[in-house]
Design a protein around this ligand. Structure first.
Ligand code: MN
Length: 216
């Protein structure tokens, strides 16, 4: 499977109709089958997460962009500059692109030597990094994301962001995002967010995360 793990820009599709022509974002397909991540993430969760939640954000973003100065701009520019509902939907589209892309039914389970060295330097070990992200996920009140991010120099940090919060807004490069919205785990794990996050580690592809680090 060849999945680009460092090109974040969504495809724009020109959709001319009889009455007008609009530039719209297209939802991407999952890079694996809906049921491929089971038993860690069920097919039903992936169908709801991708087809309902993620596609819903794409549709809402396209609707909100109409007749605004952001229409036709790259997703990253919208994410960096917009506010309110436009920001929320643009960021959620971007966040889910990154989230789905970093999961794999055949994940590489160890970081690249370069990323491993940075993890050891900044967190002591991969297990410590996971433990800190698990604690951040458990402690995040309400909906949001727990991120592993890097600065340009390669220093790593963990960010706990409410709602659609994205590290790019703080000048940091997202490497790995844990979606802790209830829609990400409630079908499979009900109220047990920690179990949902623990299951995710089984399908995180460290090759993908390492690619993002290498191309930061
Ligand atoms: Mn989600």
């Amino acid at each position: 499977m060849t999945v680009s793990c460092f090109l974040y820009t969504l495809f724009l599709m020109m959709t001319p109709t009889e009455s007008d022509s609009a530039t719209r974002f297209m939802a991407r397909e999952l890079p694996y089958a809906y049921g491929a991540l089971a038993p860690h993430v069920s097919e039903e969760t992936m169908r709801y997460h991708h087809d309902k939640h993620y596609v819903g954000y794409v549709n809402k973003l396209n609707e909100l962009l109409l007749d605004t100065p952001f229409e036709g701009q790259p997703l990253e520019d919208i994410l960096l500059s917009a506010d309110g509902a436009l920001y929320n939907n643009a960021a959620q589209v971007w966040n889910h692109e990154l989230f789905f892309e970093q999961l794999s039914p055949q994940p590489v389970r160890t970081p690249s030597p370069e990323l491993q060295a940075a993890i050891d330097r900044d967190f002591g070990s991969l297990d410590n990094l996971k433990a800190q992200m698990n604690r951040a996920a458990a402690g995040l009140f309400g909906s949001g994301w727990v991120w592993l991010a890097s600065d340009k120099e390669g220093r790593l940090s963990i960010l706990s962001e409410p709602n659609a919060g994205n590290p790019l807004r703080k000048g940091l490069i997202p490497l790995l995002g844990l979606d802790v919205w209830e829609h990400a785990y409630y079908i499979d794990y009900r109220n047990r967010r920690a179990d949902g996050v623990a299951a995710l580690w089984n399908v995180i592809d460290w090759q993908c995360v390492s690619d993002r680090y290498a191309h930061r």
